[in-house]
Design a protein. Sequence first.
Length: 135
Amino acid sequence: MSVYNFIILLSPSILVIAALVFVATMRYISYREQLALLEHGADIDEVLRNQRTGRQGNRGILWAGTITATSGLGLLAGLLMLGPGLWLTAGFLPLFVGLGMLGIYYVTMGSAAAAHDKPAAPAGDEPAPGEQRPA
């Protein structure tokens, strides 16, 4: 077996291990951040509410992007066995479309959380109990 074939066979395993290490690291950082907030006196209900708000977003784009990107990666790996050529475009195209969808999900995820935090009306506009709103 040549070194080139060994690298081709080993690279998907390395990518999967790197992705798992990344996810585990991000979860650990989030855990430590929550512990630090609670140690400094933050309300646990507020911490949990902010955590749920950050997770909301369009999950369909996340799933579609992941499936498209991994399908493109698999197709690219299969076509790479034929050797370099124009046909590799059939693998690169869905790979980068899926990565673009994942990018859209992560870029717009913060705007969905900000829209949830906006108050419906300013606090001064509420009439006091027993008062009538002027027409």
